[in-house]
Design a protein around this ligand. Structure first.
Ligand code: ZN
Length: 74
């Protein structure tokens, strides 16, 4: 898995839509790739915040995906 694939799979990973096999690949890449690892930690913190805040009304998936796209845009 390269950085590009990793970033693409992160969308699914953050939505808990990945298979355990792909999740393991992503975790392995993040451990070996500091730039992606830093990116992912930030994403997770931010999304945890979003989910906690929006849980009662349901998370806004469009907003979440837009934020992720902006952060991953190259
Ligand atoms: Zn990477």
């Amino acid at each position: 898995m390269n950085c590009r694939e990793c970033a693409e799979h992160l969308y699914e990973f953050l939505d808990k839509e990945l298979t355990p096999e792909v999740e393991r690949e992503i975790r392995a890449h993040l451990e070996d790739c500091p730039p992606c690892g830093e990116h992912f930690d930030f994403q997770r913190l931010f999304l945890d915040f979003l989910q906690a805040r929006c849980r009662a009304r349901g998370a806004p998936p469009d907003l979440k995906r837009r934020i992720l796209r902006e952060l991953f845009d190259e």
